[in-house]
Design a protein around this ligand. Structure first.
Ligand code: AQP
Length: 344
């Protein structure tokens, strides 16, 4: 790449987040985290732990704190480089809630009514709170407050990015400004990873294989992947099998061709395919497990990383909010109350 092109590429800003709503799983990894970590070398990367979002389902203080720490440990163990990426907790940038309100005023209710993720979640029994309904507006604020260009996500989030584009354009149009770039989504190969039951792998569906599960617990999960009832001796179709879909994420093209051949030849049971999958999962994530265990003993370090990332992210967010306030006629950013009162 020529020096000038490299300089241009550096200007792209990536932003993404993951909810601390449970243990991260292969869907989160292959849909999101893997590309987050790869993209830290391609531009400016901002990644956050979406603890405000998780409040719609996690309403226990200790659990939210623990799961937030777990997400941080996962990212760091998997190779997030703090010299390259800004990594922080969503709640360390409270300005994002202010921007969500501003955006809600220029967003048609009908846009949110069309959100399929909200409908799916409610159908699955998650309480239909105002917060859950409002999720796409807060997510748009998460993206726009850093004036991000590209949002690396899994397929389930694409509709929310489309909504973010609408909200950015609506704000710019309403206030005759160009405060927000209109961001795009980015998908990886694992854009829709199936769970044990063949539906989208999801923390809230109890159908996950966790990234850092190992030993007996991992084996139990892999062995419980749902397959059809084709008899052992009959040929099988790899393209409709959940085990094969997951195997494709952790293996080479040659290994996939070999396993597909075994399926089609018959006299090969799903149990054997599951064992091969288990081996590949161990091979893929084994090297990161030791690093995670090491970091678990140093949570002070992890918390300090988040605090520093939060300060860097907040500085950026406050710059955007100055522009937003000016464009919308909301006045200047308020001086901290203690500072103001102290000077009287
Ligand atoms: N099955 C999946 N395949 C591909 N990508 C996925 N992602 C989630 N599941 C899959 C991507 O992971 C990122 C973080 O997701 P999230 O935690 O913010 O929320 P989510 O999409 O709602 O993930 P879950 O696991 O389904 O969480 P719950 O059950 O709490 O709602 C996103 O980029 C997402 O696309």
């Amino acid at each position: 790449m020529a020096a000038q092109e490299k300089k241009e590429a550096k200007k792209v800003r990536f932003l993404s987040g993951v909810q601390p709503s449970g243990k991260l799983h292969l869907g989160n990894y292959f849909g999101a985290l893997r590309q987050h970590i790869a993209l830290q070398d391609e531009g400016e990367a901002f990644y956050f732990i979406a603890n405000y979002h998780a409040m719609t389902t996690v309403q226990d203080r200790g659990l939210l704190e623990q799961q937030t720490l777990d997400v941080a440990l996962d990212y760091l163990a998997l190779g997030l480089d703090l010299k390259k990426a800004v990594f922080f907790r969503q709640s360390d940038v409270p300005e994002v809630a202010e921007l969500a309100w501003v955006l809600s005023a220029v967003t048609a209710k009908g846009l949110l009514d069309r959100a399929t993720s909200y409908k799916d979640k409610v159908q699955r029994g998650i309480a239909p709170s105002v917060g859950l309904y409002y999720y796409p507006v807060l997510m748009a604020a998460d993206i726009l407050i850093y004036r991000s260009h590209v949002v690396p996500v899994g397929e389930d989030q694409v509709q929310h990015i489309e909504m973010t584009r609408d909200m950015a354009q609506s704000f710019n149009r309403t206030y005759k400004s160009e405060v927000f770039p209109v961001p795009k989504h980015r998908l990886d190969v694992g854009a829709k990873v199936p769970g044990l039951d063949g539906q989208k792998m999801s923390k809230s569906y109890d159908n996950t294989i966790e990234i850092f599960q190992e030993g007996k617990a991992l084996r139990k999960r892999v062995m419980s992947i749902v397959t059809d009832s084709t008899p052992l001796e009959d040929p099988k179709d790899p393209d409709t099998c959940n085990v094969f879909a997951l195997f494709q994420l952790v293996s080479s093209k040659e290994e996939q061709d070999e396993l597909a051949g075994m399926y089609r030849a018959g006299n090969f049971g799903y149990g054997n395919a599951k064992k091969m999958l288990l081996e590949k999962i161990d091979e893929t994530f084994g090297p990161y497990r030791e690093e995670r265990k090491r970091l678990e003993k140093d949570t002070g370090f992890v918390m300090s990383v988040l605090a520093e990332g939060g300060a860097r992210a907040r500085a950026e967010a406050q710059e955007t909010m100055k522009l937003v306030r000016e464009a919308a006629g909301l006045g200047q950013m308020p001086v901290p109350a203690a500072e103001l009162l102290g000077s009287r």
